[in-house]
Design a protein around this ligand. Structure first.
Ligand code: FUL
Length: 471
């Protein structure tokens, strides 16, 4: 057995990271004063009097989100312009000075309540960069302000699953320079909301590195610690408001973050799973002229396959209109997406299949992949990394998806595998894979077969599989 593998499989998720990954697909909502100015980045000088979503209905958002099979919602409680969707006590630049409900409104409250009622998770985006607040750039003075706002959000709105810290800052070389006291912020979060994951400029969830919905071929969750350094993340984040940035893809040099080759010279490794964040439209905020630019179902499904089905989570942004509602085109697309997913994964053909593995560890047999949990799972003896799993049916089946999941509580182990199908008595290779991780979805072109062979060719120490699905 390779020596490095033993170290690698010791890196495992925290409970909060594990639970976050299981949410798979959830929504981002960009809604603030920008919705009323048509901008993507506000200046911080906007008058709160323009914020007035006359038909705002958090229930409409949450219903549409649920219809797409999404499990949570992260709201821009404060974007870069500093306007607060809740009546923060620490600034006047808030909803309390807007006409919305005569200054008595609290959108954070209404949205978090709607999420609770619908049984989905609620998370907060609080922009560290604040173009309105006078303390920004004044060190501890701003940290105090930021911690006060964080405390309000983490105290008054129930359970929070995500605190999303954007790395974007457009101050430029002559702008204000704020050195954020991240460790202090993290401490506040761990104390007030110990189950919440801290994303992007934080230690729990890794920004995938682009905003276009572009994914890595092989997404690893065990990566060098340096990938979580906030300075590095900020340097790769948006520095000026432009559409080009939103369409930028992952560069070739950034494709491989966690192969054995990459990790072998690293001093410190961490479990840092990727999140793919992108918008259903070209912009993060609502612009009427983008009403006919809602992503197609095909595009969204592809991103879903490559993110949720590619060992990442999928954070899809839907921007509400000035009225405070999702536009009908977005609602329609979300419904279509949910219909598609429900239909695609309706019936697991594995239930009627016979299973065989040519090797396994006692107590960890192949029958364990029939249930989608980490209590029971398939595993080989340590050191056995080349094996064959066969799924067979009495009659031919039409197969459109194969799903595999590792038990990530035991780290991410599988590095290389092939999928073959029996056709006319001969095995034909239909897929060559590298990582599996939390979940791999292999979409197929309605393949007809009565036997599937999964040939695992390489893994760290010993591969695990907690679930296999065939649809
Ligand atoms: C970026 C921001 O500058 C955008 O406005 C948006 O919030 C996106 C999610 O992150 O870096």
């Amino acid at each position: 057995m390779r020596k490095i593998d033993k170290c690698l499989v010791q890196i495992v998720p925290s409970q909060r990271q594990l639970e976050y990954q299981q949410l798979e697909f959830y929504s981002f909502i960009h809604f603030t004063i920008n919705t009323f100015t048509g901008k993507e980045w506000g200046t911080g000088t906007e008058n709160p009097s323009i914020f007035n979503p006359t038909k705002f209905d958090a229930g409409q958002w949450v219903n549409a989100i649920k219809s797409a099979e999404m499990t949570g919602l992260i709201l821009t409680c404060k974007h870069h312009d500093g306007f607060c969707l809740w009546p923060s006590k620490y600034t006047n630049h808030t909803i309390a000075n807007s006409p919305y409900k005569n200054g008595k409104g609290d959108i954070v409250k209404e949205v978090s309540d709607a999420c609770k009622e619908a049984g989905i998770k609620f998370g907060v985006y609080l922009s560290p960069w604040d173009r309105n607040n006078q303390a920004y750039g004044k060190g501890e003075l701003y940290d105090d302000f930021f911690v006060n706002q964080l405390t309000e959000l983490l105290t008054n709105y129930g359970e929070i699953f995500s605190v999303w810290f954007d790395g974007a800052c457009g101050e430029g070389s002559n702008g204000k320079k704020q050195v954020y006291d991240w460790e202090r912020y993290y401490k506040v979060i761990r104390t007030l909301q110990p189950k919440a994951c801290i994303s992007v400029c934080g230690p729990d969830i890794r920004w995938c590195g682009n905003e276009a919905g572009h994914t890595r071929q092989s997404e690893w969750s065990v990566v060098p610690r340096r990938t979580s350094e906030t300075e590095l993340i900020a340097s790769n984040s948006q520095k000026e408001d432009n559409q080009e940035f939103r369409q930028r893809k992952i560069t070739a040099s950034d494709q491989d973050l966690g192969s054995r080759e990459i990790l072998k010279d690293e001093m410190e490794l961490i479990w840092y799973p990727a999140e793919v964040n992108t918008s259903i439209r070209p912009g993060w905020f609502y612009h009427e002229e983008e009403d006919n630019k809602v992503r197609t179902l095909e595009e969204l499904i592809n991103i879903y396959y490559n993110s949720v089905g590619g060992n990442a989570t999928f954070l899809l942004n839907i921007p509400p209109t000035k009225e405070g509602l999702f536009h009908e085109n977005d609602v329609k697309r979300l419904h279509e997406m949910g219909d598609y997913l429900r239909q695609a994964f309706r019936e697991n053909l594995l239930d009627s299949a016979e299973l065989y593995a040519n090797t396994y560890m006692n107590g960890y047999g192949i029958e364990n992949v029939r249930t989608d949990d980490y209590e029971t799972y398939f595993k080989t003896e340590d050191g056995i990394t080349d094996l064959i799993i066969e799924l067979s049916w009495e009659e031919k089946q039409v197969i459109r998806h194969i799903v595999m999941k590792e038990n990530i509580a035991c780290s991410q182990r599988i590095e290389k595998y092939l999928i073959e199908v029996n056709q006319d008595g001969e095995y034909r290779m239909i897929y060559e894979g590298t990582v599996v991780g939390y979940k791999r979805i292999v979409p197929l072109d309605a393949v007809e077969t009565d036997k599937i062979r999964i040939h695992i060719l390489d893994a760290r120490v010993a591969p695990t599989l907690s679930f296999i699905g065939v649809y």
